[in-house]
Design a protein around this ligand. Structure first.
Ligand SMILES: Cc1cc2nc3c(=O)[nH]c(=O)nc-3n(C[C@H](O)[C@H](O)[C@H](O)COP(=O)(O)O)c2cc1C
Length: 229
């Protein structure tokens, strides 16, 4: 990830009053399942004109040309490859950060972990304190580690000092899809690869809405504090 020379100044500059809430949906995906949920999260987070929602992907660790030539994933990866790779400025500027990646070996993908580990300079500058966080994942088997991946993302957000907007059962859809820890989808059913279902996408939209709403409440609280002080 790109690192700028003076992150502390940038973090401070970001904190001076801005009217809009910025939501960054940051995902890693190869075959598009997690990207599909990322789009649903972004749609749900778009609460109104005062909320700016952006999507970014984390950098690949593999050569992208190799991924594009892969028979199984190449054409799927090509669909969202044009989505910009996240920079440190994207992260600094976000009030709400929703992270999503495939479940790999029962936890977050190495690409997402590498991205998070690369945040340490911003972390030391306090860039993540009071940012709102939420998480989503896809996995190919019903019990393949969805919750462990979501919890691994939550652990990272906890270390960064973020405020986690857990979905819990705050929307009725979480009774049927997703989980109280974040949005999920299972990408293989009876051996057949499937895209996230309508219900999975609805849960992802609910997650985006919830994270943006908590972000708005925090922002309004900060604004009120400024007026009162
Ligand atoms: C290296 C690797 C490890 C994986 N590990 C798991 C796993 O632990 N559990 C599981 O259910 N699926 C696992 N999967 C399957 C992916 O999580 C699943 O296909 C996911 O939907 C891919 O997301 P994407 O389409 O966004 O790339 C693994 C896939 C790869 C390539």
């Amino acid at each position: 990830m790109e690192m700028k020379s003076n992150p502390i100044a940038k973090v401070e500059a970001h904190r001076t009053g801005r009217p809009e809430l910025r939501v960054l949906v940051l995902f890693h995906s190869w075959s598009g399942n997690t990207h599909c949920l990322a789009e649903a999260v972004a749609a749900g987070a778009a609460l109104g004109p005062e909320v700016k929602v952006e999507m970014r992907r984390v950098a690949e660790l593999r050569d992208e040309q190799v991924l594009l030539q892969d028979q199984r994933i190449g054409s799927k990866f090509a669909v969202f490859r044009a989505c910009p790779v996240a920079t440190s400025d994207d992260v600094i500027g976000a009030d709400v950060l929703v992270l999503g990646c495939p479940t790999r070996m029962g936890t977050m993908s190495a690409e997402m972990k590498c991205f998070i580990d690369g945040l340490s300079t911003l972390w030391r500058a306090g860039a993540f304190e009071d940012k709102v966080g939420a998480a989503f994942t896809t996995a190919s088997t019903p019990h393949g580690g969805h919750e462990m991946t979501l919890m691994s993302l939550a652990v990272a957000m906890t270390h960064l000092g973020m405020v986690i907007a857990s979905p819990g059962y705050t929307a009725a859809i979480f009774e049927d899809a997703g989980s109280p820890y974040g949005a999920t989808a299972t990408s293989k059913v009876q051996g057949v690869r499937v895209r996230p279902s309508e219900a999975d996408q609805a849960a992802a939209r609910a997650l985006g809405r919830r994270a943006a709403r908590v972000g708005q409440l925090l922002q309004r609280g900060r604004d009120a504090e400024k007026v009162l002080s």
